[in-house]
Design a protein around this ligand. Structure first.
Ligand SMILES: [Zn+2]
Length: 434
């Protein structure tokens, strides 16, 4: 292989492997976050390639770290023997070098990626040991976990250039064999300061869901002068999920429950001050959800119907500021496809929320529904992308849809969303009706 060939990735599959994510996520990153992917002109199917150095540059600059944090560490990054780690640096860098402080330090910024030099750059796993690497790529310290079955999920290095007693390393690990996931906080010198596990028992409807919580999103936000840890946890098998706001001593400050897994979160300046935007799926309403929370005090639950099996009986009172549900599209229903989460980040004055309607393993970008909100979260419009209509046409020809695009009840875009707020309760919003 020439060095040129090695520098290039020639399919979505290769790009996804390099990023350590699934194709679905990479497609979304291309759309929403400008992941640098090139298209070969001509041909019916879209053929793509990407350069590793461009992806590395993009990773260094882009604000995907909240999602990177949510991602289990890639096999390439974590399992590589230490002596090879330098060669693997771009891949490792993607997973763990990007440490992120989400904040709004009077900059009007929504996510502030701090690139100040930390005392540690990288966390690696070697057997049951956590290995901290310093900027000159030597081993700074190691920590031995008590079990052989430990798997490091992800880590965030809080820079020593920040608030002094907040410097350290947050690491989430799977303890293996039904022991659940744990969050560790280490001092910059590698002393374990505290460990956190979610051991709560919650009752939803008539069922209870004890002692089996995994972690799927780790982030840090800065509120005033203090950093707070955001940890999205989920039941291992079922739909209950919670978002925890912890202080840097490992104490829960507040928590938000959702009847469906939470997969994304970010902080932004809203019209009425800072707002924490979280999204994922709502199993109770069979759609994607997006919720607006008070970043300093997230206590509450997703708004469920009274008596619903999804309503929590022993969760804290309180509701989000707003809660949106995006129903499944015709294409999603006709094809019997899974439910996909909503996602997207602010782009100027518009907040696009994107939801895939078909699986991503089609070898091309899946059809999508796009909802555009103003910065104060009023729905401006919604539409389906062109690929949606290509698939609509294909399914017409197969006889699975019995009308043309012109006759489609959803020809102007997704016909409705459901919106909840304290003042009005649930409302149906119809963005595309005259
Ligand atoms: Zn239709």
């Amino acid at each position: 292989m020439s060095s040129n060939e090695r520098a290039r990735l020639d399919s979505w599959k290769e790009i996804a492997e390099y990023l350590g994510r699934d194709v679905h996520t990479c497609l979304r990153w291309e759309k929403e976050k400008g992941l640098p992917v090139h298209t070969i002109p001509g041909g019916k199917r879209r053929t793509v390639y990407a350069y590793k150095h461009e992806i590395d540059e993009w990773l260094a600059k882009s604000l995907v770290s909240d999602e990177i944090a949510e991602k289990p560490a890639p096999a390439l990054g974590w399992q590589v023997p230490l002596k090879n780690f330098w060669q693997r640096m771009p891949v490792v860098a993607r997973a763990v070098l990007v440490f992120l402080i989400l904040g709004f330090a009077g900059l009007g910024a929504y996510l502030v990626a701090e690139s100040r030099s930390p005392a540690l750059t990288t966390m690696l796993q070697e057997g049951n040991r956590l290995v901290a690497i310093s900027p000159n790529s030597s081993v700074a310290w190691t920590y031995e976990f008590p079990s052989e079955k430990v798997k490091i999920l992800n880590s965030i290095v809080l820079p020593s250039a920040g608030v002094k007693d907040e410097a350290g390393v947050l690491v989430t690990v799977s303890l293996g064999e039904g022991k659940g996931d744990a969050l560790y906080f280490f001092s910059p010198r590698g002393q374990p300061l505290w460990q956190f596990q979610s051991v709560d028992r919650f009752i939803f409807g008539s069922s209870d869901y004890p002692l089996s919580w995994g972690f799927n999103l780790l982030g840090v936000i800065r509120l005033g002068n203090h950093s707070k840890v955001l940890l999205a946890t989920r039941h291992y098998s079922w739909w209950p999920a919670q978002l925890l706001l912890l202080d840097l001593q490992g104490n829960i400050e507040s928590r938000f429950f959702n009847a469906g897994w939470i997969s994304q979160g970010y902080l932004m300046d809203g019209a009425d001050g800072p707002v924490l935007v979280v999204s994922g799926v709502s199993n109770s309403f069979d759609g994607a959800f997006l919720a607006l929370l008070n970043p300093g005090e997230i206590s509450g639950t997703s708004p469920e119907a009274a008596g619903s099996p999804y309503s929590c009986k022993n969760c804290p009172a309180g509701r989000p500021r707003k809660y949106f549900v995006f129903p499944r599209s015709e294409l999603n229903l006709v094809t019997g496809s899974p439910l996909y989460e909503a996602g997207g980040h602010p782009q100027g004055d518009i907040i696009p929320v994107i939801k895939w309607e078909l699986p991503s393993d089609l070898g091309q970008a899946p059809p999508e529904a796009v909802y555009e909100f103003s910065r104060d979260f009023h729905l401006i419009r919604s539409r389906y992308g062109e690929r949606y209509w290509e698939w609509h046409h294909k399914l017409e020809k197969e006889g699975k849809i019995k009308h043309s695009r012109d006759q489609c009840p959803e020809r102007n875009g997704p016909p409705r969303i459901h919106q909840w707020d304290a003042q009005n309760g649930w409302q149906e919003i119809h963005p595309n009706q005259p």
